[in-house]
Structures are given as structure tokens and as C-alpha cells.
Design a protein around this ligand. Structure first.
Ligand SMILES: Nc1ncnc2c1ncn2[C@@H]1O[C@H](COP(=O)(O)OP(=O)(O)OP(=O)(O)O)[C@@H](O)[C@H]1O
Ligand SMILES: [Mg+2]
Length: 326
């Protein structure tokens, strides 16, 4: 393989790469990558998850931290250092149809590496942007998957720019508080900047995360802020991920996705039986897992529906699009 993939290779191979990003921390990026990926894999789509985080919570959510497949980001950083001369190693079979490129502490070297690549790139040179480094290593791998989800880190413009240069689409989780919405405005800025390198980048939608399902006034406010940040029609998905702290804790503690906890919750003994057996009253898995799993199922359905409709309109010849719009 050449040092850089051609624009056509990138367009073909990376058409289903989705960056899940928000500059703000703790807004549900990792939970959505894990659970949306898990839902799609369970529905028989071939899914790859790419973790760009040094703290690697994705490994916790999938229950693979410190397992033999957890390379702490070593494979990803090596592939980027070697400019794609080595195929990106993938932890395969993390779940049926679900593979992972692990993140972890080895990714600490990625930011300084990108800074030196950027400084080494000549101003106004015809060389492809250094930010295409992740895109280049993903091209030979991504074509084997139906969907690739990138879990972006918070507060790291460099790694976010790497992900946005490799992605065709963006999903932006947000909380409804001011911090989440400010983070979203920063994503809108990065998004506009990334389009200079990656003109095909499109916003698939924003997802309200960890919110009360009945807080409709708050949801309307959030929708307005999203529309203001990105302009045009609000790209907010109808599906929200409800607030469910206990299920979230169960998930990360046990390394299970919401739909896996749902199965566990249904098969566990009743609370009084657990109590009689001497367990603490709060032991066992929260029954709320079923509701959270259903949120992620609906999200998967909506993401695929929006994706399909956006792909169809992108495939229409320009003249047809104008005619349809008029
Ligand atoms: N449905 C939920 N309701 C409430 N809290 C949740 C829910 N799902 C996950 N959480 C918790 O919210 C926190 C943030 O979630 P998550 O790690 O997915 O966000 P993030 O945007 O990836 O964070 P970071 O920016 O630190 O990577 C975590 O502690 C997680 O366990
Ligand atoms: Mg995260």
C-alpha cells in the first residue's frame, strides 16, 4: 500500500465511518459507541469500534480491559507512526460481529506525534494533511465493516481533528446542561474546520444523553441551541438515552452492554430471594437496563434510517437534488 490512500479510496472505504464526538467530557460518547455498536452487531451488521481515548472506558463497557486483546492503543499508535505500512491490528470477536481497535495509555504519544507531523508539514505544500493519518490506516480495514464508530476523547482538538478527517459522518451526544451545549458549539467549529480537509463530512445527528424522558421544555431548549450551533434544521435525533445511573454503573462494573444487562436482569432471582440468600438489598442488576436497552435499540434504528436517507440524497445527481428541493 502507498503511504497515503487516494481521495477515492477514502471516499469508498470510509463511507460508513462515524465519529462520535463532543468536546465536553461525560456526555455519553463512549456509552453510545459501545451500545450502538452492540445493537448493530446484534442485528448482524459487521461493526468496528475505534477508541481514541487514553482512559479507554470503551474497554470497561465491553469488559475487555486488561484482557489478552487489550493492547492499550499500541496497535493504533504503531500503525500511525509507520504511516500505514503495517495493517492496523484489530481485536476481533469481542462480541459476534463486533471488533475493536483498542485505546489506552499508549495513545498519550499520539498528540505530540501529531504536533510534530503538523509542524513538519510545509505551509502551502501539496502533501496531504497530516490529519489524514487515521483515515490512511483505516482505509484497508474499514472496508470489511458495515459501520465503524470512532469514540473521540474530550478536550483534545488534535485527536478530534484526526477522527473528523477519517469520518464520513458525525454523531454528537450532548447533555442538556449549559456545559454540554457549549461543548457542542466547539464541535460545530471543529466540524466546519474539518470540512476543509474532508469536504464530505456530514452531521448525522445529535443525541440527548442521560436526560429525563419527560423534560420536554428542556429538550426543546436543547433543540434550539443545536439548531443555532449548526444552522439549518435541527439535526437532533428523536431518540434519547434516558438517565439511568444504576444501569450505567452496572454496565461499567460488569463490562456488559445495556441489552446484555437486560437479559441478566430478567434471569436473576427475585430481590427477596437474593435477600434471603444473604445478599445486600441492592445486589443484582437494575431492571432499568431493559428501558436503557430499548433506548439504544431505537437509536440504532433511527441512526440507520437517517444514514440510509442521507446516503440516498448524497447519491442523487446534483441537478436532481436541486429539483427535489425546489
Ligand atoms: N443512561 C445513563 N444515565 C446516566 N449516566 C450514564 C448513563 N449511561 C452512562 N452513564 C454514565 O455517565 C458517565 C459519562 O458517560 P460516558 O463515559 O459514556 O461519557 P463520555 O462522553 O464518553 O465521557 P468522556 O468525555 O470522559 O470520555 C459515565 O460515568 C457513565 O457510566
Ligand atoms: Mg468516553
Amino acid at each position: 500500500m502507498g503511504r497515503h490512500a487516494s481521495a477515492l479510496d477514502r471516499e469508498t472505504a470510509l463511507g460508513r465511518v462515524i465519529a462520535v464526538t463532543n468536546d465536553k467530557g461525560g456526555v455519553g460518547k463512549t456509552s453510545i459507541v459501545a451500545n450502538l455498536g452492540g445493537q448493530l452487531a446484534a442485528a448482524n451488521y459487521r461493526v468496528l469500534l475505534v477508541d481514541l481515548n487514553r482512559q479507554a472506558n470503551l474497554a470497561d463497557d465491553l469488559g475487555i480491559r486488561e484482557s489478552p486483546v487489550d493492547d492499550q492503543g499500541d496497535g493504533l499508535i504503531s500503525a500511525i507512526v509507520l504511516d500505514g505500512k503495517h495493517q492496523l491490528p484489530v481485536a476481533s470477536g469481542v462480541r459476534p460481529n463486533l471488533d475493536v481497535v483498542c485505546g489506552g495509555t499508549r495513545l498519550e504519544a499520539l498528540t505530540p506525534l501529531m504536533v510534530s507531523k503538523t509542524m513538519g508539514a510545509g505551509v502551502g505544500s501539496n502533501e496531504p494533511s497530516p490529519f489524514l493519518a487515521l483515515a490512511d490506516v483505516l482505509v484497508p480495514v474499514a472496508q470489511h465493516y458495515d459501520v465503524v464508530l470512532i469514540d473521540c476523547p474530550p478536550e483534545n482538538f488534535i485527536l478530534t481533528d484526526l477522527a473528523l478527517a477519517a469520518a464520513r459522518w458525525v454523531i454528537m451526544p450532548t447533555k442538556t446542561d449549559l456545559g454540554g451545549l457549549v461543548g457542542m458549539r466547539l464541535v460545530a467549529e471543529r466540524f466546519a474546520k474539518a470540512k476543509e480537509i474532508n469536504p464530505l463530512l456530514g452531521l448525522l445527528g445529535a443525541v440527548l444523553f442521560g436526560t429525563g424522558t419527560k423534560s420536554t421544555a428542556i429538550h426543546t431548549e436543547a433543540r434550539d441551541s443545536i439548531t443555532k450551533a449548526f444552522g439549518g434544521n435541527s439535526p437532533l435525533f428523536t431518540t434519547m438515552v434516558r438517565h439511568a445511573e444504576r444501569t450505567a454503573q452496572d454496565a461499567r462494573r460488569l463490562g456488559k452492554l445495556a441489552h446484555e444487562l437486560e437479559v441478566e436482569a430478567m434471569s436473576q432471582p427475585a430481590w427477596w430471594e437474593l435477600l434471603r440468600r444473604g445478599a445486600r438489598a441492592k445486589a443484582g442488576v437494575s431492571m432499568t437496563a431493559a428501558s436503557v436497552a430499548s433506548d439504544y435499540r431505537e437509536l440504532a434504528f433511527e441512526v440507520l434510517t437517517v444514514l440510509r436517507s442521507m446516503e440516498e440524497s448524497a447519491a442523487e445527481p446534483a441537478g436532481t437534488q436541486r429539483r427535489n428541493a425546489s
